[in-house]
Design a protein around this ligand. Structure first.
Ligand code: PEP
Ligand code: MG
Length: 747
């Protein structure tokens, strides 16, 4: 009865499978061919609508003869384009009506009948299906009705499976994203639903979208409204109670709020409007001139302010572009960007962004670490088609599996969201203290990066804070913090733990965590002034930090730990500085912790070799396996191209861990692990078998690690670590790890 739609239904199940352009083209051809067969047409084609040029563009066609060439699109594969307003094809699309065109002999057309059927999905127009026949009157009225049904079925398949036609970026030569899935690498796991917000668009392109009212009064009103909206948004963010890093929020947003209160800055914009410029042009001009002025400053920290100015300009203009809504918001947006600064990421998280996709950028370890703390899923991709994803397109980001779904269909959405739901742990199932199945205690602490983590750690049942990466506020501010600012931050962390031990690490600046204007350019920053070297080279900053830590730890179980220590000399120098700061505080009469536990990170091969010596001069040691792996294997932990070589279960790495324990002798019980391996379910038993009794992991992993510990007895972990240490080769280790997983499957 419905011959065309029946023919088409037979291929409908294939629509959700294709992920590449070729597969998509293949699918389209497969869709056309049964329609041509049923109708006896000699040529079939599908055109998609390109909003940016208001044209219909040939997407795929099927040619039973050489008509294609006669249509000038075969040889050089130039897409055929038809303008919306002056072509039959365009009219069929525009008016959403089926058009049948008959040709006479004398028309010299290879066809006698052509039918044009709009491809729609609900109210959304996607393109036009064309069938051309050599016989006159080839399509009956019944055919027409059925072809419409078939076209709307095709529309459903296309829209669910892919972004069928997406407007090309102006001047872009990359193809429109037709694939349903864009693949990439996870920088921070998680699932996010939302609509696309490409931020390749700079303030210029936002300004271009703003229509001018044509009158000075109208423009002034538009400007003042946008200004008001921007101020109230920034004030709301500052007062945000849902985000606990109030100190960081004020560090990051205050500069912008000040600018919004700076009359001479605003007056310049108003003057531009009074002089007859549109509100958008005037804002753009003033923002640009301020940003340029900052950018040209030789003091790098001031140059950095250019970004703040541009950011504010972007906010004002975006609010202008949406005057009738609640204003611009990152809520439920998946931001697509080329590059992101830690402060941008923080800003986006505070403003409720759903996820971030970065195109091609190498991501610093700290962006990933911060994104995880902020619970923002982040994906990095090389896929050029990302550049053409337009604003507002529905997206589903599954950063955990390294996929970005464009216009996900309900099936995919349900499957992914369900997977995520199943992973959510039922609340209230904590084990208070970590232990093995036979009761042997192994304490599980938390690694934290921002204040919010400290609360998560407590909620997740961490037995204390094993590592606070204190460089984060510095990186977010891109500058040093005053003693007072640091004190307030550290005190909040200490207080959040209600008496549990808190270990604050002094700033690990350097490597990939540079402060513009404070860090020297180095050709090998990972081998340069990093961690304790940076602190010892910037004594004042080091003293500010140590005093802030000592004061924050008054009356608490405080640990102070030094990063990137290469040997006992650096540890002793750092201890001297600590003593000096205690004396200063005594003189000042400020309350402080006079007996903090003092420790060093073991994350350099030289420190690993000197673990015994380091243990003698410290109260505890913490193994930073992330860096230790990098320096032992000479594999940059931030280089995605080398990720296959970055193996923390490499026999050499595990052998070095065992030797650290041996070197430490009777102080081995003071050694913890705070690198990522501490939460690796396959390595947890290995570490405990080596004698480690304290693990420090991300707050979200605390409970899982405690559960994992309970799967092993002391005898079992000791056997495992003995077996592991007899393995010399990586392939053998891989096999062993696989067998371990089979013997002790994850709960
Ligand atoms: C490590 O290197 O293992 C570590 C915990 O420190 P970070 O990841 O901050 O360098
Ligand atoms: Mg480290």
């Amino acid at each position: 009865m419905h011959k065309y739609s029946d023919a088409l239904s037979s291929i409908s199940n294939k629509a959700s499978l294709f992920e590449t352009d070729q597969e998509m083209d293949g699918f389209l051809k497969e869709a056309i061919s049964p329609l041509m067969e049923q109708s006896g047409a000699s040529l079939g084609a599908i055109f998609g609508y390109d909003e940016s040029t208001r044209e219909l563009v040939l997407r795929a066609g099927y040619d039973s003869g050489d008509y294609w060439d006669s249509m000038r699109c075969g040889k050089n594969k130039m897409p055929l384009r038809f303008a919306l307003d002056d072509s039959e094809l365009g009219r069929a699309f525009r008016d959403d009506s089926v058009r049948i065109i008959s040709y006479k002999e004398e028309d010299k057309s290879p066809f006698r009948t052509k039918i044009l059927i709009p491809v729609v999905r609900g109210p959304e127009k996607l393109g036009v299906l064309m069938l051309a026949h050599q016989s006159p009157g080839a399509f009956s009225r019944e055919d027409t009705a059925d072809l419409r049904k078939a076209a709307s079925l095709l529309g459903d398949m296309l829209a669910e499976a892919t972004a069928f036609i997406v407007p090309a970026e102006k001047g872009a030569s990359v193809p429109v994203p037709r694939s349903r899935v864009i693949r990439g690498l996870k920088a921070s796991a998680g699932i996010a639903q939302g609509t696309a917000l490409p931020v390749w668009s700079d303030i210029d392109s936002v300004a271009d979208t703003i229509a001018s009212s044509g009158s000075v009064d109208g423009e002034m009103e538009l400007f003042e409204k946008a200004l008001e909206l921007s101020s109230s948004q920034l004030e709301k963010i500052q007062k945000s109670t849902s985000f606990t890093d109030t100190e960081m929020i004020s560090l990051i947003f205050t500069a912008q709020l000040y600018m919004l209160k700076d009359n001479s800055f605003l007056e310049k914009m108003r003057k531009g409007i009074r002089d007859g410029r549109s509100a958008a042009a005037s804002v753009r001009e003033v923002i640009q001139s301020y940003a340029d002025r900052f950018a040209s400053m030789s003091e790098a920290r001031l140059a950095e302010k250019a970004q703040d100015v541009r950011d504010l300009g972007y906010r004002i203009l975006s609010n202008m572009a949406r005057p009738d809504k609640a204003g611009f918001s990152y809520n439920d947006k998946i931001v697509l960007s080329r590059h992101i600064y830690p402060s941008d990421l923080f800003r986006l998280a505070v403003e409720g962004v759903a996820g971030v996709v970065l195109r091609g950028a190498g991501v610093t370890a700290h962006i990933s670490i911060l994104a995880r703390s902020l619970s923002v899923p982040v994906l990095i991709t090389d896929d050029k088609s990302l550049l053409n994803v337009p604003e507002g397109l529905p997206l589903l980001l599954d950063a955990t599996s390294g996929k970005l779904y464009i216009r996900p269909d309900d099936k995919i959405r349900a499957a992914i969201l369900d997977k995520e739901k199943r992973k959510l742990r039922t609340q209230g199932s904590y084990i208070l203290k970590g232990h093995l199945s036979d009761g042997e205690p192994v304490s599980v602490h938390a690694n934290i990066n921002i204040l919010k983590d400290a609360e998560d750690a407590k909620r997740e049942g961490a037995e204390g804070i094993g590592l606070y990466r204190s460089e984060f506020p510095f990186i977010l501010k891109n500058d040093f913090l005053s003693e007072e600012q640091q004190y307030r931050l550290y005190r909040s962390i200490v207080e959040s733990q209600s008496g549990k031990p808190v270990t604050l690490r002094t700033a690990d600046i350097g490597g990939d965590k540079l402060l513009q204007g404070r860090s020297e350019a180095e050709s090998n920053p990972f081998l340069g002034v990093r961690g304790i070297r940076f602190s010892l080279a910037n004594r004042e900053m080091f003293h500010d930090q140590l005093r802030a830590m000592l004061r924050a730890g008054a009356g608490a179980d405080l640990g102070i730990m030094f990063p990137m220590v290469s040997g006992v000399e650096e540890l002793l120098q750092a201890r001297e500085e600590l003593e000096f700061c205690m004396k200063q505080l005594e003189e000042r009469g400020d309350p402080f912790n006079a007996r903090p536990r003092v420790g060093a990170m073991v994350e350099l091969p030289s420190a690993a070799m000197a673990a015994g010596e380091l243990a003698e001069y410290s109260d505890f040691l913490s193994i930073g396996s992330n860096d230790l792996t990098m320096y032992l294997l000479a594999v940059d932990r931030t280089n995605e191209n080398l990720s296959h070589l970055y193996r923390s279960h490499h026999p050499t790495v595990l052998k070095v861990l065992a030797s650290i324990m041996e070197e430490a002798g009777d102080k081995a019980d003071q050694i913890s692990v705070c690198g990522d391996i501490a939460s690796d379910p396959l390595l947890v038993p290995v570490l405990v078998g080596m004698g480690i009794r304290k693990l420090s992991v991300a707050p979200s992993r605390v409970d899982a690690v405690k559960q994992r510990l309970m799967q092993f007895s002391l005898n079992e972990v000791e056997d495992i670590s003995r077996e592991i240490l007899s393995i010399k080769r990586l392939d053998e280790m891989d096999r062993y790890m696989k067998s371990l997983q089979e013997r002790y499957p994850l709960a």
